[in-house]
Design a protein around this ligand. Sequence first.
Ligand code: SF4
Length: 217
Amino acid sequence: MTDTRTKEAIRYLGFGRKEADQATLDLIAGSFDKLEQAASPRIVWRLFDLKTAGEGRLDIGGMEVESRSLWKNMKGCCQTVVLGATLGAGVDLLMRRQSLTDMAGAVVTQACAAAMLEEYLDEEQEKIGRELEREGKYLRPRFSPGYGDFSIRHQGQILAMLDAPKRIGLSMTDSSMLTPVKSVTAVIGVSTVREPCHRKGCEACGKRDCIYRRNEG
Ligand code: SF4
């Protein structure tokens, strides 16, 4: 049976609903093996107070954000988890080396690394969720800068709020790219009202009438 991260890697490779052939599945399995060796995943997160200031405007621990979709999704929330996570510099090195010698393999490794990062984030988000549940707090789906109308320019602020360069070696280049490359920053609304959110976010959630449902714009 194909596991979740393999399914995700197949999807990133653009197979859509088509079945991947055995040769591709073997390449994917080989890439995950290499990535397991190279990766040193790390995460840093902190809770910040959340204030909303009129429609579409939020203040997350002093970071002012204008985003209608984030504002809607965080309606009723009082705090926000702000996080940064990375697979580490070893994965960058592996992808760089592979791209010089084996372009097809490098493309597969890119997709597998993206799937691995997602899987890591899902697992960590579940742990954070369990920790906060003990205090009667519940998580909404996570949102990354660059998603919908949540501007990518907040990435740098998030790194600074978390002291991410020092704590997990995650920073940004002059051209606003995260480094290491296979990394992510995100925010997650925290509410005292239990909303059984889908771990894959609103797009995968069956609650079509949910008032917090996020949208693209
Ligand atoms: S639509 Fe689903 S995933 Fe999105 S906020 Fe509502 S319950 Fe959570």
